[in-house]
Ligand binder design. Structure first.
Ligand code: FAD
Length: 414
């Protein structure tokens, strides 16, 4: 669909100048009212919690929130109704993420199931897989994690070494994943693994759906700079999953895995920008209060941060107007590197605005303020979902048509 610009609309409160229909406005009112009721009533304690650097906050309550969202019809709204969604239009999805951010909706534990695995199963899965896996995600009952990265396969994902072999009606999995977000809380993991030992690099990989709660899987949380453990090492030692839990054909894992990555960008971008706006507002307020705003360099950086956020908004609108194209457009290739670098710089700016205070913990032994967590967590923004260097390679090769970077020789396992 094409998204029409409508300059000036709701400019005081909304960064989104989309043309919303009467139905959209009714949808917005219904959602905003529901969020306000729930987040000032039974779920008041999860409001604003669980964001980056705050992943361990109110975990049980946030799991209950996932179920409540699902049972109330406010999870997976973009999915078709037959799988538990609402078939929401693009403008409704934008509204959802905006209102969710505006209301202080908590960090979503169901995000990987809703945003990555679900769309992948819808695109590549069998009917039986759709019936089995989609409804529990939509109801907020099953939490998923993503098992791609390994100690020697991050940017170079085709070097995956975790193996799966058939044993009767099961796949048996051996190997190790790392940096697996939410692994310690997940019920299921989608695991990219090598099912054909003869297949080199991206050939011979398969995309398996693996239950996490079994003896053959050990999860070791990694303590991060924020003090939380958002991600873990995951060891597979004779882990099992049923033969039918392969998405696509065995050996088609690369194609399916790349399909999943394409779902990482979308309507959620505008909600993310509202969260960035709140963070920037907080930094500006502190700069005014503590006098940092009188420093000419800080003033320039604050103004630059604000300009960068406006650019992100208009860029997102431009990308969304091409959202139905299955290809990653040239415009969309800029999105990740731009927001990640901007957010990392905001973390640094926050520390500089706080001055010496930024180095003192709020409480013993390691109780950090929200801005300290922001600073530490944003160091990861330019790494996950494709590092800045990988984004530049992508832009160089696919947007600018520059020569491809040298690849390992055919037959090499590296
Ligand atoms: C917070 C966080 C959450 C994550 N969650 C998950 C998850 O849930 N599931 C999952 O599977 N993974 C996850 N990851 C892993 C993430 O996908 C990888 O960290 C990322 O792909 C980079 O891989 P790597 O860490 O192995 O670094 P490497 O690939 O070893 O890269 C090291 C450095 O070399 C650079 N580099 C590598 N190759 C090239 C090249 N060809 N050209 C130029 N420079 C290059 C990189 O940019 C980087 O600076 C997460 C990471 C983080 C930080």
């Amino acid at each position: 669909m094409s998204v029409a610009l409508r300059p000036g609309r709701r400019a005081d409160e909304s960064p989104v100048h989309l043309r919303f229909s009467e139905d959209d406005e009714a949808f917005r009112r219904e959602l905003a009212a529901w969020l306000e009721t729930e987040l000032s009533g039974p779920f008041a304690h999860v409001r604003g919690r669980g964001g980056p650097g705050d992943e361990h906050a109110a975990l049980e309550e946030r799991l209950a929130w996932e179920r409540h969202l699902g049972q109330s019809g406010w999870s997976c709204i973009a999915w078709p109704a037959e799988f538990g969604g609402r078939g929401a239009t693009l403008t409704q999805q934008v509204i959802f993420y905006e209102e969710y951010a505006r209301a202080g909706g908590p960090g979503r534990l169901g995000h990987i199931g809703e945003g990555l695995l679900g769309p992948t199963v819808i695109a590549f899965g069998t009917d039986a897989q759709k019936r089995r896996f989609l409804p529990p995600i939509a109801r907020g009952e099953e939490i998923w994690c993503q098992g791609y990265s390994e100690p020697n396969a991050g940017s170079d994902l085709a070097n995956v070494q975790t193996r799966a072999t058939r044993d009767g009606d099961d796949w048996v999995i051996e190997g190790q994943k790392v940096w697996t977000s939410w692994a310690q809380w997940a019920d299921w993991c989608f695991v990219l693994c090598r099912t054909d030992p003869e297949g080199a690099r991206h050939r011979g990989l398969s995309y398996l759906l693996v239950p996490m709660r079994q003896d053959g899987i050990e999860v070791r949380p990694i303590v991060q700079m924020t003090g939380d453990s958002e991600f873990s090492e995951v060891f597979f030692d004779g882990a099992r999953t049923a033969a039918e839990n392969v998405v696509g054909e065995p050996g088609d894992g690369w194609k399916v895995a790349m399909g999943t990555l394409a779902f990482e960008r979308g309507a959620s971008t505008l909600g993310q920008q509202l969260l960035f706006q709140y963070e920037l507002d907080q930094v500006i307020a502190i700069a005014k209060e503590n006098g940092a705003a009188r420093d000419p360099v800080i003033r320039q950086r604050l103004a630059d941060a604000w300009i960068g956020l406006q650019i992100q908004r208009y860029h997102a609108l431009r990308v969304l107007s091409n959202a139905e194209s299955p290809e990653l457009s040239r415009e969309a290739m800029i999105t990740k590197i731009y927001w990640a670098s901007w957010h990392r710089d905001l973390g640094k700016l926050a520390m500089d605005v706080l001055g010496p205070e930024s180095e003192i913990a709020d409480g013993a032994p390691y109780d950090l303020t929200r801005l300290q967590r922001l600073f530490l967590f944003t160091r990861a923004d330019t790494i996950y979902a494709g590092s800045n260097q990988i984004q530049r390679n992508l832009i160089a090769e696919r947007a600018l048509g520059l020569p491809r970077e040298p690849r390992p020789a055919a037959g090499s396992t590296r």
